[in-house]
Design a protein around this ligand. Structure first.
Ligand code: GLN
Length: 490
């Protein structure tokens, strides 16, 4: 493995900006690594070697001519979850419905990456339309966990997490609707942040559940993740849910966190996200992480968020309801797949044949649940009730943040399970989202940082840090201090 692929994004940026190496060399090293390793992991659905090298060469020539780097990450390549539109690569969302589809415009996030001089190596695998926790719902085959290729890399953003964990990319982008950045980060020992809802543009992000979806940064270190966070966050008039408030200074917070103490920081351990039903090795790793925070001077208290136990039920009504509405656009009329064998069928018949062929079983399940939950007579009973629970969960958070600065929990109750183990049991799969869902329902930011390997099975465990809306910087301060004190995990 080339040495360059083992470096952090911050280290690579320094080397590129001081002209010790070129962006082309760095990008080529990652493309070589992909060519050599991705047959085993299947993190990428599409690799874009020529465009990535072209973008890298443009960074190099700008630096050569004496220009300042376009951003602190200029020249450092990245893997993009295949749910953001790109004009020069297909956007499939892991679905047959969009096989080969090339969008006519770049997502705002894509445009920001390009403007920041970040070469895009390719598009990463995901559960179809970002629904799942294992990447096994991809229509293009699963991604494998680099720690143990017989195991899942998490989901839905398993491709991005696996690309990082196998040194195929130093940076990656994910999306988090119910945990799809954080749970893959947890099970691959990488870092991932779901920013405050509305701070990263959803323009050009193919919608899963619009009131929950949020793009976010993934890296192998807290600082790298912070650097990427600042590149992608910021107001976008093209997204009606975009916030106008300035993005918190997460890079400064991460730098302050490294080697810093946590005196004066109040940390709440959420009682309802610490259960005997979790894997013992996960709980032990979590307790060890909390002990590190205490050693760093944080004041740790237990807090109760009584409605969190209903988060799973509420989420799995709200998400399918929004999905059933959002995915209605795949109607075989405007773009994507169209099943119309002889051109003699009605629009209804074409639509139904196309949707039957184009969507996989999990997507169909959620469309059916959502359609039912929104139907006349059931709307109040299901969707309406779920919205009330959502409000109660937000109030639990508000109450907790009256006394603490951040909340912590395990990111996932389990370490990565075997491929195939839960594919026939959707409820078992949903249970892996227990700890991540509350923050999506509240629109708050949260991060997963590796807390080591489980004593049960030697597999990665993630530590989740949560903060109030627009206090993303707290995640980075606590995360970076913890990461530095924890030391290398393996
Ligand atoms: N695992 C969750 C689900 O299946 C989360 C998905 C996501 O965050 N995109 O819905």
């Amino acid at each position: 493995m080339s040495e360059l692929t083992a470096l952090t994004a911050a280290e690579l940026a320094t080397k590129i900006h001081t002209r010790e190496v070129t962006s082309v060399e760095v990008t080529r090293a990652h493309l070589d690594r992909i060519a050599q390793a991705d047959g085993e992991y299947h993190a990428f659905l599409h690799v874009s070697a020529d465009q990535a090298l072209e973008a890298a060469a443009a960074v190099d020539s700008a630096l050569e001519s004496g220009q300042q780097p376009a951003s602190p990450l200029a020249g450092v390549p990245l893997a993009l979850k295949d749910v953001f539109t790109t004009t020069d690569m297909p956007t499939t969302c892991g679905s047959k419905m969009l096989e080969g589809w090339v969008a006519p415009y770049d997502a705002t996030l894509t445009a920001r990456l390009r403007a920041a001089g970040i070469p895009i190596l390719g598009k990463t695998n995901l559960d179809e339309f970002a629904m799942g926790s294992s990447t096994e719902n991809s229509a293009y085959g699963p991604t494998r966990n680099p720690w143990d290729t017989s195991r899942i890399p998490g989901g839905s953003g398993g491709g991005s997490a696996a690309a990082l964990a196998s040194n195929q990319a130093p940076l990656a982008i994910g999306t988090d609707t119910g945990g799809s950045i954080r749970q893959p980060a947890a099970v691959t020992a990488t870092v991932g942040t779901k920013p405050t809802y509305g701070t990263v543009s959803r323009y050009g992000l193919v919608a899963c559940a619009s009131s929950l979806d949020q793009g976010g940064p993934c890296g192998r270190t807290v600082l790298d993740t912070a650097l990427l966070h600042e590149v992608i966050a910021g107001h976008d008039p093209r997204d009606s849910t975009s916030r106008e408030a300035p993005v918190p200074s997460v890079v400064a917070a991460a730098r302050a966190g490294v080697g810093g103490d946590l005196r004066g920081v109040r940390v709440g351990v959420v009682r309802e996200l610490h259960s005997d039903s979790y894997q013992p090795g996960v709980l032990a790793s979590f307790d060890a992480a909390v002990a590190v925070l205490k050693e760093l001077g944080a004041e740790v208290v237990e807090v109760s968020c009584p409605h969190f136990e209903h988060a799973l039920a509420a989420y799995y009504l709200i998400l399918p309801s929004e999905v059933s509405s959002n995915l209605a656009r795949f109607d075989a009329m405007r773009y994507g797949l169209r099943v119309d064998d002889d051109g003699k069928h009605s629009a209804d018949q074409v639509m139904s044949a196309t949707r039957a062929a184009g969507f996989g079983p999990e997507v169909k399940r959620r469309i059916m649940i959502g359609t039912y939950a929104l139907s006349a007579g059931y709307y109040d009973e299901y969707y309406g009730q779920a919205l009330k629970v959502r409000t109660l969960i937000s109030r639990d958070f508000d109450e907790a943040y009256r006394t603490v600065d951040v909340l912590v929990s395990p990111t996932s109750p389990f370490t990565p399970w075997k491929l195939g183990e839960k594919v026939d049991d959707p409820l078992a799969m949903y249970l892996s989202d227990l700890c991540t869902l509350p923050t999506n329902l509240a629109g708050h930011p949260a991060m997963s940082v590796p807390s080591g390997l489980s004593a049960d099975d030697g597999l990665p465990v993630g530590f989740q840090i949560m903060a109030p809306a627009m206090a993303d910087d707290r995640l980075y301060r606590v995360g970076a201090a913890y990461e530095a004190a924890r030391g290398p995990i393996a």
